[in-house]
Design a protein around this ligand. Structure first.
Ligand code: IPM
Ligand code: MN
Length: 348
């Protein structure tokens, strides 16, 4: 029997509650499909930092290299300075483990979950490939004369050819695996000229993938297009910051933050799976947060671990509960966190 070693970081806010349900589903899949689980729970997050001043100890971080995958709940808590724990945990995981792909699928299962008038599942089925290791995210902020009227603040947007090439190549390969084979590049190279690197590398790689039909949108127009004609987007590739922004928009198209999941991948190496949503501190401990985003992240993790049957069983269970109305709505509080978890487990 194959055993998968998984580090579990439940994190802040609703993280522990939604991760608990994700793990119930994972264990149910393991029982049903006959694989083993070696779960290593790690306590890092704001609570741990408040108690110990430790964000992510180096030894624990190094031990992640021996894992097959990482499941993350959510990070962020108003009791810590803005960005400290986010950058120290999510940021460090992405950058120091070189998780260079942030894969965010957006798939609408039923028109009733979509806030757009007259749009259904045929219109909304896309994959956003977000670069995950460069851009303003990894640059040092600099402040001059802080707190005065002479203040100057800056944080560069930095792109390398290597970082750009690998993410665009990955997006072309992703497009090749889909029936439409269509790839849109989203950048803002008309204003941020440094992003012409994306435009140039994209044009160059397109020659290696003649079967893929390509398109190009500036990020402002991409926002408009995702609302007006989402069916025109199949796979899209974009920079780290723009990918962050448009995937929240995309999450709303498929029913909201309650269902949106993502994979932070370093292909072939330890990779991380998480919801797109944040820690939602106002809902923490109330058993009202929707665990489906984490459960969908578990499905992506199973697929990555080679447990394809288990992955489709989890995906299928979620889809059937949403389609046959057993999950009435994706609004917060429509069902309790534990109730949704239990429904998915019994469906599997
Ligand atoms: C996300 C989150 C993070 C990001 C935050 C928590 C730093 O919004 O995963 O989308 O900006 O990448
Ligand atoms: Mn985000």
């Amino acid at each position: 029997m194959k055993t998968h070693r998984i580090a579990v970081l439940a994190g802040d806010g609703i993280g522990p509650e939604v991760v608990a349900q994700g793990l119930e589903v994972l264990r149910a899949a393991a029982r049903k499909f006959g694989f083993g689980l070696d779960l290593v729970e790690m306590p890092y997050g704001t609570e741990h930092w408040l108690a110990t001043e430790e964000i992510f100890p180096d030894q624990a971080f190094a031990s992640l290299q021996e894992m097959d995958a990482i499941l993350l709940g959510a990070i962020g808590d108003p009791r810590a300075p803005v960005g400290l724990i986010e950058r120290g945990i999510i940021g460090r995981l992405r950058w120091d483990l070189d998780l260079w792909v942030n894969l965010r699928p957006i798939k609408l299962l039923d028109a009733k979950f979509c806030p757009l008038k007259g749009k259904g599942p045929a219109d909304i089925d896309m994959v956003i490939v977000r670069e995950n290791t460069e851009d303003a995210y990894v640059q040092k902020p600099e402040f001059l004369h802080q707190g005065t009227e002479q203040e100057v603040a800056q944080q560069a947007m930095l792109y390398t050819w290597k970082g750009t090439e690998r993410i665009i190549r990955y997006a072309f390969e992703t497009a090749m695996q889909r029936p439409r084979k269509h790839l849109t590049l989203i950048d803002k190279a008309n204003a941020v000229r440094a992003q012409s690197l994306y435009t140039r590398v994209f044009a160059q790689l397109a020659e290696d993938f003649p079967e893929v039909e390509t398109a190009h949108l500036y990020v402002d127009a991409a926002c408009m297009r995702m609302i007006e004609d989402p069916a025109s987007i199949d796979v899209a590739v974009t920079t780290n910051l723009f990918g962050d922004i448009i995937t929240d928009l995309g999450a709303m198209l498929q029913g909201g933050m309650g269902v949106a999941a993502s994979a932070n991948l370093r292909p072939g190496k330890v990779s991380l799976f998480e919801s797109v949503h944040g820690s939602f501190p106002q809902a923490a401990g109330k058993n009202i947060a929707n665990p489906l985003a984490t459960i969908n992240a578990v499905a992506m993790m199973l697929d990555f671990l080679g447990e394809r049957e288990a992955a489709s069983a989890v995906e299928g269970a979620v889809a059937s509960l949403l389609l046959d109305g057993r999950i009435r709505s994706l609004e917060v509080g429509a069902h309790s966190t534990t109730e949704i978890g239990a429904m998915v487990v019994s469906t599997i």
